[in-house]
Design a protein around this ligand. Structure first.
Ligand code: C2E
Ligand code: MG
Ligand code: MG
Ligand code: MG
Length: 289
């Protein structure tokens, strides 16, 4: 429906809509070139265990580096890539690049590398084979990889989706549900595939306040349900120690967010891993000032 609304806007010619349409056209035309010219890069955001604050993994997040150095964020081009079908070659590049980086990271530390998948990629036959191909190309164990999909993918009852998830499961790749709680899925869908982890959406984390049970009702419900279905939970968008403390108290398993680390270019993330997940010295100095 959102896609249709997007198309319908072309019929109206207000300056604002006209600008949006031409931004879109610019992105479409240039994204193809970006892929061919290697202008995409993956940044890595650390993920920590809540008990002990140990670095346990990282989520790979794609960015588009313009020839002039400017960085374009995924929100500005992933939806367009999905509409135009470019998400298939783009998504395959992300898989390959994430595996290449994972191979290097795993020489330093045991980490779980999480990759975002679009629904379009999952609905297309052959995803499990592509993943298997990249894993073996870089010599990575399937257990080092986690794939993130949103709730809408769970509701897709097509044979392709069912088959793909069962193949991935058999290979030993884990599955996480991204932005959990924001979609319209019925909880019954969680039993269709074996889901390993629920990522609690940032919108349920940002309002957490110590000593305020109302603020934590939804996060708490998700954690309780995950526990009884034997799934892990990871809280997204943790920005403050107060939020962190609330999540520890609720028994959430893991977290990621600006409090413990922003998405970083690969070299910076590698240095972060080598420091055992601690911020750089100059950053510490700044914080003390
Ligand atoms: P997501 O998978 O839910 O990723 C989390 C987003 O939240 C990232 O935005 C991350 O930078 C941001 N974030 C992390 N911690 C915090 C925090 O503490 N506070 C706040 N305010 N934000 C935080 P980003 O990198 O702009 O990515 C946006 C979305 O684009 C992702 O949401 C994901 O849905 C999509 N995306 C990113 N990379 C890929 C990719 O390789 N393939 C596909 N299909 N989608 C991708
Ligand atoms: Mg994600
Ligand atoms: Mg998310
Ligand atoms: Mg999100």
């Amino acid at each position: 429906a959102a896609k249709e609304a997007g198309r319908a806007t072309y019929r109206f010619f207000t300056p604002e809509l006209n600008r949006r349409a031409s931004d879109r056209m610019w992105t479409e035309n240039n994204l193809r070139r970006a892929l061919a010219n290697n202008e995409l890069e993956l940044h890595f955001q650390p993920q920590f265990s809540l008990d002990g604050r140990r670095l346990v993994g990282a989520e790979a997040l794609v960015r588009w580096r313009q020839p002039d150095g400017t960085l374009i964020m995924p929100g500005q081009f992933i939806p367009i890539a999905e509409d135009t079908g470019l998400i298939l070659p783009l998504g395959d590049w992300v898989l390959g690049e994430a595996c290449r980086r994972a191979a290097d990271l795993l020489r330093h530390r045991d980490l779980l590398i999480a990759i975002n998948l679009s629904a379009v990629q999952v609905r297309r036959p052959g995803l499990a084979e592509r993943v298997a191909g990249w894993l073996s190309a870089y010599g990575i164990p399937p257990s080092a990889l986690e794939l993130e999909v949103t709730e809408s993918v769970l509701m897709d009852e097509s044979d392709v989706v069912t088959e793909t998830f069962s193949q991935l499961r058999e290979m030993g790749v884990s599955l996480a549900i991204d932005d959990f709680g924001t979609g319209y899925s019925s909880l019954a869908y969680l039993k269709r595939f074996r889901v390993d982890k629920l990522k609690i959406d940032r919108s349920f984390v940002s309002g957490l306040r110590a000593g305020n049970p109302d603020s934590s009702a939804i996060a708490e419900a998700i954690i309780g349900m995950a526990r009884s279905l034997r799934m892990q939970t990871l809280a997204e968008g943790v920005e403050t120690e107060e939020q962190y403390g609330c999540l520890v108290a609720m028994g959430c398993d893991q977290c990621q967010g600006y409090l413990l680390g922003r998405p970083m270019p690969y070299d910076e993330f590698l240095a972060f891993v080598r420091r055992d997940g601690r911020p750089a010295e100059n950053r510490v100095a700044e914080a003390v000032e």
